[in-house]
Every structure is written in C-alpha cells, then in structure tokens.
Design a protein around this ligand. Structure first.
Ligand code: GLU
Length: 515
C-alpha cells in the first residue's frame, strides 16, 4: 500500500475573532503537516449564515500570518479544490444528501417549527431527559419514513419546506480510533437524527464538513475536544457515503482551561481575567447593546509571535524533555500527535509572559531599538538609532514587553521631576548630598566616560568625602533617574553623558536639600 499523502485542514467558522484555542488547533495541524511533509489547508466553514460576522475571515488570515502559520492550499493561496469557502460550494452538497436518501440512510422531514416544539414539550412532559428527533421519536413525526410515498411526493412537488435528516440506526455501536484518546465507542441511541440539509438548501456543518474533507482528501482531522461528540455521527456519514476506507484519522485536542482550572477558557473570559484570549485585537459589537467593543490581542499587548507560538505549543503537548524554548522549526522537528495529552491544559499567564521576556532578550539591540524610537517619535523626542540601541541594550533584562521600553526608559530623555520617596527618606542626608555634589564637580573632568571610569571616579570621590560608596549608590540613582531601581547604574550614566549627569545631580541636591 502506498503511504497516504498527509493533508490536514484548519476549518474555522467566521463567527468572530479566532480564540487562542483555535490558534492552537491551527498550530498543531500546521506542525503535523510540516513534520510529515504534507499540506496545510484553510477552509472557511460559513454554512451558518446567521452566525456570520463580517471581518472574521480577514481576522483569521491576519492572525495566522502573524503567528507564522503558512497555508499551502485554501482560502488565501487557492488550490485545486477551490472554492474553499463552503457558502461558495453550496451546489456541491445536495447530490450527497440525495445519495443518502436513495440508499435509505437519510430522509425528508416536513415538520414545522411548531410541530418540533410540540414534540419537545410532549417528551419533556413525559420526563424524557434529553428530547431529540431520533430513531424512536421520528416514528411520530411528519417525514418520508412515516408518510405514504404519494404524500411525500406531493409535498415535495408543491414546494413544502423540508430538511434532510440522517437516519441513525437504533441499536448499533459506533467506534473509531482517535489518535489522542484511543478507541472511542458510542452507542447509536445517543446520537440524534441530525439535519444534513436545511430548508434553504444549505448543508449543515456535519454534511459539508464530511463532504469537503473527503473531496479535499484530508488525511487527519485535528480539532478541539468540543467536536468529539460529533465524531461518531461523522463516522456514520463516511460509512453511508461509501468513503470509510479513506476516512481521515481523528485527533481531538484537550480542552484549554482557565488559569484556576475552574472551567473552559472561553471567548467571553477575554479581558475579564486580565489577559487576552485573542491573538489580535478585535473590534466587535456588543450583542445586546449594539455598542462597539474592543477586545485585547496578544499582538497589541506587546507579545512577540515566537513567544506566543512557543507558549501555545506547550498547552497540551510536551516534547518529553526539559527543553522549553522551541522555534517554529524546532517545534516542527519535535512535534508528534502521540505526545499530545488527553487531559485539559491550564492557561498560565505568567508562563506566556516568561516566554515573551525570553524572546525579547534574545533579540539584538538593533532589532529592539525601533520599538523605543517609535514611542519617542510619538512623544516628539529625537534620538539617534545608536543611542536607542544603547538604551534598549541596558533595559532589555528589565522589561517584559517592547512597549515597556519607553515607560521604563523615560528618564534617559527627561530629567526626573520627582524622586522615589522611600529611597530619599532612607538614603538621603546632608553628607550624602555633599558627596554627590562633589561627584558632580569631579565628573566635569572625566576624560574617558566609560562605565568603569565613572565607577572608579565615584568610589574615589565618595571615599574622599569619608563615606563608603555603598552608602551613596542608591542616592546617586534616585538623583539621576528619580527611580529606586533600574539597569546598571554606571552604564546609565554613560548613556546620559557626564554633563547631563552633573546637571541632574546639582538639581537633586538643590531640590532635596530644600525640601
Ligand atoms: N467549523 C468547525 C469549527 O468552527 C470545524 C470543526 C472541525 O474541524 O471539524 O471549529
């Protein structure tokens, strides 16, 4: 037997922004495709027109591109199975529903919404726990299994609205092997007679999904756990359509939980938990008030895509070693479905920040300088690229996000207008002030302003004043920067320049001595 070509698909519905769970699904599909030399497809499942949200498809494309997940075939690059939007494939599905009717695996149902409500009410009154249209209840409904043939024909000819439902067998075990969960066995009595075609001629998710996976020759279906209950129904569809021998292999990914483990991380948790649940910012509309809404995104919050992806990869997978830092290439190399866990993964806000710090610090000063330069330009402050590089160089161990550079490095451009009060109350006294004034004078003669040289000069000056350098160090920092903590102090002085440092020291001595 020749090995089957690996073809996986990410098949989101454009019902809103892509949740981080969706990005993880796309990522695992992509990693498997790349690892096994296969193809990654993007199909847009937009058969539910009521839930369609304008802008969602563009958002999906932009989010995948930002993450570095490359689509080989589908919406975007196109391909031999175009179109890849299900709404544009509408005419293709009916023949398969007809085939199922002809083979006795599906039927027409003419029940009106009122009749369906009445059935549910009847079943509820009889204390049936989960009222469904299924192998038992269908016998009391108006469908092509219960109505005489000529009446069915007459209803169809007269254009009476109908849906097509799958005829799920009453007593059968449906089983399939999930690559993550092993054998999954479901009794058919637990499956309802799902609608395959709606009265407007649009297929439902179930029919369109199976037909497209078959026509697009998908080898692996990797998707979220929420689709596990649909999988037995999908297996039946493959069987009844005669496609079981090429049915894709299923892999249902573990749930993503809130940080405290109390439940599924949902789109609505969003900003409430204090971290974004979307890759990119999303401008939406409040369903109740119609007011515009804004949901935070990892990109706009200052996360680097490498950090975001590395973090997501570990939400449900691990390499089986201690290594935590993986580039996309390394993830592709290390990834396997066998190492995806069955148990839910907890979101960890500190971990994603940790990854961001790691990737930020791994960047060169030249790569980071533009973040600072952009913020400076926004504040109308001029700065040479060389100076910006020096500043990000000393700051990068102290920041978590590129946007922090300006906040943390302000004092390189603005003399302090206040001084950390705690440090002042503990470290400032007339002797210290006099020592700093002496240092200000000494700086004027600092021929070679390197960090080393400025430190040597400081130690010398302070000792000459009868103090220990350690007694004055924090006062020096607060006088020059206003803050009680910061990056290497003497590097900071070098970047500021001796004249500026001397001026700031004199200003601090004057201000703090008066107060
Ligand atoms: N359209 C479904 C979704 O929005 C796809 C599920 C699947 O991958 O089969 O997630």
């Amino acid at each position: 037997m020749t090995e089957r070509e690996v073809r996986v698909r990410f098949a989101p519905s454009p019902t809103g922004p892509l949740h981080i769970g969706g990005v993880r699904t796309a990522l695992y599909n992509y990693l498997l495709a790349r690892k096994l030399g296969g193809k990654m497809l993007l199909r847009i499942e937009d058969t539910d027109q009521n839930r369609f949200v304008p802008g969602a498809e563009n958002y999906i494309l932009e989010a995948l591109a930002w993450c570095g997940i490359v689509i080989d075939e589908g919406v975007g690059p196109g391909g031999p199975h175009a179109p890849y939007r299900q709404s544009e494939r509408k005419p293709m599905y009916k023949q398969y529903a007809d085939q199922l009717i002809a083979s006795g695996h599906a039927y027409y149902a003419f029940d009106t919404p009122e009749e369906l409500d009445a059935m549910r009410a009847r079943l509820q009154a009889a204390k049936v726990p989960n009222p469904q249209y299924n192998s038992i209840t269908r016998a009391q409904m108006r469908n092509s299994l219960t109505l005489p043939e000529d009446e069915v024909k007459q209803l169809l000819d007269s254009g009476t609205p109908y849906v097509i439902r799958l005829k799920v067998p009453r007593k059968e075990e449906v089983r399939f092997q999930d690559l993550i969960r092993g054998w999954v066995v479901v009794h058919s009595s637990a499956i309802d007679d799902k609608v395959l075609m709606k009265s407007d001629g649009m297929p439902t998710y179930h029919l369109a999904n199976i037909v497209d996976d078959h026509l697009m020759e998908i080898s692996h279906v990797i998707r979220g756990e929420e689709w596990l209950p649909s999988a037995p129904l999908h297996v039946l569809l493959y069987r009844y359509l005669g496609w079981e021998s090429t049915m894709p292999q299923f892999a249902h990914l573990p749930l993503l939980l809130k940080p405290d483990g109390t439940g599924k991380l949902s789109k609505r948790d969003g900003d409430k938990l204090g971290f974004p649940v979307f890759p990119l910012e999303w401008h939406g509309t409040d369903a109740e008030t119609g007011e515009p809404t804004l949901s935070r995104g990892y990109r706009e919050d200052g996360y680097l895509p490498e950090a975001f992806i590395n973090f997501l990869a570990f939400l449900g997978w691990n390499p089986g070693s201690q290594q935590e830092i993986f580039s996309m290439e390394e993830l592709i190399e290390a990834f396997s479905i066998e190492r995806v866990s069955k148990s839910p993964a907890r979101f960890d806000q500190n971990k994603v920040k940790w990854y961001n710090e790691h990737y930020l610090r791994a960047k060169s000063n030249a790569e980071l300088a533009p973040y600072l330069l952009t913020a400076l330009a926004e504040h109308g402050i001029a700065c040479s690229p060389e100076k910006a590089e020096q500043i990000v160089g000393v700051m990068k161990e102290r920041v978590s996000f590129p946007n922090d550079f300006w906040q943390e490095a302000k004092y390189f451009f603005q003399a302090p207008d206040s001084y950390d009060e705690q440090v002042v109350s503990k470290k400032w006294n007339p002797q210290v002030a006099a020592a700093l004034a002496a240092y200000a004078d000494a700086l004027a003669g600092a021929a070679e302003p390197t960090a080393e040289a400025l430190k040597g000069l400081f130690n010398q000056t302070i000792e000459a004043q009868g103090l220990k350098p350690g007694q004055v160090l924090q006062a020096l920092r607060v006088a020059v920067t206003g803050a009680g903590a910061g990056p290497d102090l003497f590097e900071t002085l070098v970047i500021l320049g001796v004249a500026e440092v001397a001026a700031r020291l004199r200003a601090a001595v004057a201000t703090l001595t008066l107060s």
